[in-house]
Design a protein around this ligand. Structure first.
Ligand code: SF4
Length: 340
């Protein structure tokens, strides 16, 4: 079945790598999920991604370091202090963080993220980051996923060996979170000024968000200069204010992935989906994540026992979706005695 002439015209522009307007993106997002228009949109995004990546998938990996009640009180995250779910502090020992980073590298991950709650001390985070950096091969990308910070901290992250930062202006920032939106925006400025590479994500998206809000997120990604973009589904974690808010289906997430991929065009080098989904990997995504430790969407202390996938799981998904994944040449795992 053919796409309608109006959708075909927008898709032809996107495949010519002409930037789409807000109105174009809204029109694409409005199509029925079971329509031939939707099939054509996903196919076009998939084609663009295969063209840009030479059909190569990327696996990044994330280590969630601590489980503490967090004063930023995001409605969608079980760690928010006001939810009363987390009543004691847990923290992964630094040696274990290093072990897990080495294991991810050995298993074939392309990038390693270290994640903490927003109230984790920056000093301690930087020390752990330095230890992890020393244990990894020099080419391995090391990404910080922490709370807001200013320019001096951005430079310190760079000095510690971090190559980039995951930072997002989330849906309804300042309404569904206790974070002052301007503080959030100021962190983007610090990231850019320091020369850290930005990982951006349209997150966390649920049925409560309108198409206008979703497209506004795409425009923000454009404005912040994101070259690596993902889409992440909001999970109705029990005990959080979003417990009864439902969730988007994988197909609905795939439609957003496709529209985001087409909207950002040649600006983005990589397009991801979080959590990994085969539908989205056929709709413009080629970048997915393996996870261990704390996960704001999962009540397990170690998400490997819950929602988190392994590098192997991710490789299988990429292969099923038609992407190759060339494992990096990882360093042999030194014994504990050698590293001590
Ligand atoms: S999402 Fe991050 S900032 Fe928000 S409550 Fe959870 S840990 Fe804190």
């Amino acid at each position: 079945m053919e796409a309608s002439p109006e959708i075909r015209t927008i898709l032809d522009r996107a495949l010519d790598e002409t930037a789409l307007s807000r109105e174009d993106s809204l029109r694409l997002l409005s199509v029925d999920i079971n329509s031939s228009d939707c099939g054509a949109i996903m196919a076009a995004a998939n084609r663009l991604t295969h063209r840009h990546t030479d059909s190569h998938g990327t696996i990044y990996s994330q280590i969630g370091i601590n489980i503490w009640p967090c004063p930023e009180n995001c409605n969608f995250c079980y760690l928010g202090r006001k939810h009363g779910i987390v009543t004691s502090n847990y923290e992964m020992p630094p040696g274990e963080v290093v072990e897990k980073a080495i294991a991810f590298e050995r298993d074939g991950a392309d990038e390693i993220y270290l994640m903490t709650t927003a109230n984790y001390p920056v000093e301690r985070f930087i020390e752990i980051g330095q230890e992890v950096r020393r244990a990894l091969q020099p080419h391995m990308e090391l990404i910080a996923n922490i709370g807001d910070f200013k320019l001096p901290t951005a430079y310190r992250l760079l000095d510690a060996g971090f190559t980039g930062v995951y930072h997002v202006y989330r849906f309804r920032e300042g309404i569904d979170t206790d974070i002052e939106p301007e503080r959030r925006r100021a962190t983007f400025k610090a990231i850019k000024e320091a020369g850290l590479n930005l990982r951006y994500c349209i997150e966390p998206v649920g049925p409560e968000h309108s198409d206008d809000e979703i497209v506004e997120q795409m425009m923000l990604a454009r404005g912040f200069g994101a070259e690596i973009l993902s889409v992440m589904r909001r999970i109705p974690v029990p005990g959080t204010p979003n417990q009864w808010s439902g969730e988007l289906t994988e197909l609905e997430i795939a439609r957003i992935v496709a529209v985001a991929r087409l909207t950002l065009g040649r600006q983005i080098r990589q397009m991801g989906v979080h959590e990994p989904s085969l539908f989205s990997l056929r709709a413009g995504a080629h970048r997915i994540c393996a996870e261990v430790g704390m996960n704001p969407r999962d009540l397990k202390i170690d998400t490997t026992a819950g929602r988190g996938l392994s590098v192997k799981d991710c490789e299988n998904l990429l292969r099923d979706a038609g992407f190759s994944h060339n494992r990096r040449q990882a360093s042999p795992v030194p014994s504990l005695i050698e590293r001590a």
